[in-house]
Design a protein around this ligand. Structure first.
Ligand SMILES: NC(=O)c1ccc[n+]([C@@H]2O[C@H](COP(=O)([O-])OP(=O)(O)OC[C@H]3O[C@@H](n4cnc5c(N)ncnc54)[C@H](OP(=O)(O)O)[C@@H]3O)[C@@H](O)[C@H]2O)c1
Length: 258
């Protein structure tokens, strides 16, 4: 995969899920040109080590599933570093899970972090951006949200919800001057995927993913989806009729004996 140059970024950028993987690499790249990058996740030690790398990165630990804590940390960020120009809502959790082994507690946690974690942030960001008449919201979902995939019972629905949410936001917020971008990665080599026991076609490094995301943001795309051929395959799966989709999954992804 060719890694494009980092896009120039200005202003104050807030990135959630920045203690590892895609979020961490995004923070490193964004910090090259942004005025300030505020980074959040739960792991304070990892955020601090990232902040130690660049003088314009500051650590703001928070559990995005906790609405009050999100409100508090955003107030802390705003008073310390000014209004947020771009929010990259990237925090997420994943676990491989069969429908027959459905763990409702984890499914609830995934919805709380992956979907409601974004909603918690939006409930503070949207009024603030609306008051200023500008801002940029970037939501990291996944191609796993395009259609129901085997073993994705606790994760896919959270990403499908985000894809739907981003469309609603785009319709309503763009006329108010607030940009909305949806990022749908394919497989990325991060702690999240390191224990996946299946082949991950087209997997890219977290740094390459971050570079591609920044390139897409620079090109002002609504949806940033990668890598290209895998994204194309997933987009075709998204639009084929149900009968064809279930046949393809049965034939190539999930044999009934498994
Ligand atoms: N890797 C892939 O193949 C892939 C593909 C498609 C989409 N994505 C999406 O990309 C995003 C980043 O994932 P990644 O691959 O970079 O995984 P990762 O390395 O595991 O990073 C996940 C980040 O989310 C943070 N996080 C988890 N729960 C949180 C919570 N309750 N509150 C605040 N932060 C929390 C983690 O930090 P703490 O544990 O310190 O809180 C970490 O910084 C996720 O939304 C993921 O679903 C990944």
């Amino acid at each position: 995969m060719i890694v494009p140059e980092a896009a120039p970024f200005e202003g104050h950028v807030w990135i959630t899920g920045a203690s590892s993987g895609i979020g961490r690499e995004l923070a490193r790249r964004v910090a090259r040109t942004a005025a300030h990058v505020s980074v959040s996740a739960r792991s304070l030690d990892k955020l601090r080590s990232l902040a130690d790398e660049c003088r314009n990165i500051s650590a703001h630990p928070v559990d995005v599933a906790d609405a009050d804590a999100v409100r508090g940390v955003l107030e802390q960020i705003r008073s310390g570093h000014g209004d947020i120009d771009t929010a990259i809502l990237n925090a997420g959790i994943w676990r491989l899970m069969d429908a027959v082994d459905l763990d409702a507690d984890f499914a609830r946690a995934a919805m709380l972090v992956n979907y409601l974690g974004v909603v918690n942030a939006l409930s503070v960001l949207i009024p603030a951006m609306r008051a200023r008449g500008r801002g940029h919201i970037v939501i990291v979902a996944s191609v796993a949200g395009y259609r129901g995939l085997p073993k994705s019972i606790s994760y896919g629905p959270t990403k499908a919800a985000l894809i739907n949410l981003a469309e609603t936001l785009r319709c309503e917020l763009e006329p108010l001057g607030i940009r909305v971008t949806l990022v749908n990665p394919g497989f990325v080599d991060t702690p999240m995927t390191q224990s996946n026991p299946f082949p991950m076609p087209g997997i890219v490094s977290a740094d390459a993913a971050a570079a591609t995301i920044l390139e897409g943001l620079r090109a002002r795309r609504y949806e940033i989806v990668f890598p290209t051929w895998f994204a194309a395959a997933m987009k075709i799966l998204r639009i084929v009729p149900n009968g064809a989709y279930f046949w393809l999954v049965r034939t190539f992804l999930h044999k009934p004996s498994q």
